[in-house]
Design a protein around this ligand. Structure first.
Ligand SMILES: NC(=O)c1ccc[n+]([C@@H]2O[C@H](COP(=O)([O-])OP(=O)(O)OC[C@H]3O[C@@H](n4cnc5c(N)ncnc54)[C@H](OP(=O)(O)O)[C@@H]3O)[C@@H](O)[C@H]2O)c1
Length: 397
């Protein structure tokens, strides 16, 4: 059916190409390219059967990307490198008239800001070139946005209150580790909290608002209000929303480590001089922390991520909770990665499949909730991320 170029050979890239390789009728040709080619080769070897070609590319370098795209000629480029590379990869896609998909919005390196404005600025150029950009196609953003679109389409006349709840109840046995790229992860969780209410964004101190929430099959876990990028597009695309918030669980041990890391300046993103070299503290920290890709072997327990929604249907108030629970051990047995990489990589594969099947193909730049949720929801059930619904229960929020 189609050719796909995947950029980024980390935990998420590993899952994306594993899943794609198992669907030869959809992904006829797969190339995995990244900064370090040996990592691509190791992943391709593990998958076997000559299913995955590999290449070296510096995704900060547009001419290198253009040359690679011109040689391989993919139908779509799946960007699972880092958010810093989003714009250069989009530039290369424009130049070669190739469609694009990612799982995280662009972030400037020198400022921990989570905004779609840089990528939304490509809308007209992608539309005029007749190519598609699918933004935020991981789990959150991604599946949580599709869950919201599905709820709005099938279960509500209007959605009013949205709470996205993200619980990782897994244990990896390390004193401190992050579940995906440490630099990106720590930038995200140490920023100020922010939520949307009655047309305004309300800012909080980091982790200021928290409460225990009960996750199905897991139980109560302290959950912290943080800002998460999908809130920005969801409140635009679902203008009936009166309030939209995002909650994530953190253990006390994790928060204590995080506080110390911040207090001693190791989460800093501004370069400092060390023995005559400029180093960025958070990048140095990444080098000494456990590699998220290596956590899988000993990871036990589950993630549970979903949307708790209140609104009206047929003139009556209604509540709805839709979620997926994913086992770290099952994810590891299938792909050699833990559930956080798995729950991101599977939706990225499904998004690329939606594009190749022409179900999510239209010229322009779109967040995932702007496409028909139904075929994506079916694919989640078929490809390892089944979902559950609870109607008219107490949402706790
Ligand atoms: N939406 C979601 O639910 C969600 C959840 C988790 C993660 N994410 C996103 O998924 C992406 C991947 O996460 P991950 O945990 O897989 O990260 P990771 O393990 O750090 O992998 C990132 C990969 O990108 C490569 N890379 C970095 N800079 C590059 C460059 N300039 N050129 C080429 N390759 C480059 C790295 O190369 P090296 O191996 O040489 O370092 C690495 O292989 C991130 O953008 C993250 O924000 C999204």
């Amino acid at each position: 059916m189609g050719k796909v170029l995947v950029i980024g050979a980390g935990g998420v890239g590993t899952v994306v190409v594993h899943k794609m390789a198992s669907l030869p009728e959809v992904f006829t040709d797969i190339m995995l390219a990244s900064r370090t080619k040996s990592k691509c080769d190791a992943i391709a070897r593990k998958i076997g059967g000559d299913r995955v070609k590999t290449a070296q590319v510096d995704a900060d370098n547009v001419p290198q990307l253009v040359a690679l795209i011109r040689t391989f000629k993919p139908d779509i480029v799946v960007n699972v490198a880092l958010p810093y590379q989003d714009l250069t990869i989009m530039d290369a896609c424009l130049e070669t008239e190739t469609s694009y998909l990612d799982t995280a919005n662009y972030e400037p390196r020198d400022e921990a800001r989570f905004e779609y404005k840089w990528q939304w600025a490509y809308r007209e150029r992608f539309r005029d070139a007749g190519i598609t950009a699918i933004l935020g196609c991981g789990f959150d953003p991604g599946v949580t946005s599709v869950f919201t679109a599905y709820a709005a389409k099938h279960h509500f006349d209007e959605i009013h209150y949205l709470d996205i709840v993200d619980c990782n109840a897994g244990e990896h046995g390390k004193a401190f580790a992050t579940n995906f790229n440490p630099e990106i992860n720590i930038r995200e969780v140490t920023q100020k909290g922010k939520y949307f209410e009655n047309g305004q964004w309300i800012e909080t101190e980091p982790h200021e608002i928290h409460k225990p929430l009960t996750y199905p099959g897991i139980g109560p876990k302290e959950s912290y209000l943080i800002y998460h990028e999908e809130l920005e597009s969801l409140v635009k695309n679902f203008p009936t929303l009166k309030r939209a918030r995002f909650w994530m669980t953190f253990g006390q041990e994790y928060l204590t480590h995080l506080r110390v890391i911040q207090n001693i300046g190791m989460a800093g993103i501004d370069p400092i001089l060390y023995e005559g070299h400029e180093i960025v503290p958070i990048q140095f920290l990444k080098a000494v922390l456990p590699n998220p890709g290596d956590l899988g072997k000993d990871y036990k327990g589950w993630t549970s991520i979903g949307c708790r929604i209140r609104g009206v249907k047929g003139g009556k108030e209604k509540t709805y909770y839709i979620y997926n629970n994913c086992s770290h051990e099952v994810a590891y047995a299938e792909t050699g990665t833990q559930a956080v990489s798995y729950t991101t990589g599977v939706p990225a594969m499904i998004g690329a499949m939606m594009y190749l099947k022409k179900l999510w193909k239209k010229p322009g730049v779109f967040n995932v909730e702007e496409f028909d949720p139904d075929p994506f929801m079916d694919a989640l059930n078929q490809h390892g991320l089944p979902w559950n619904e609870i109607h008219d229960a107490d949402l706790e929020l």
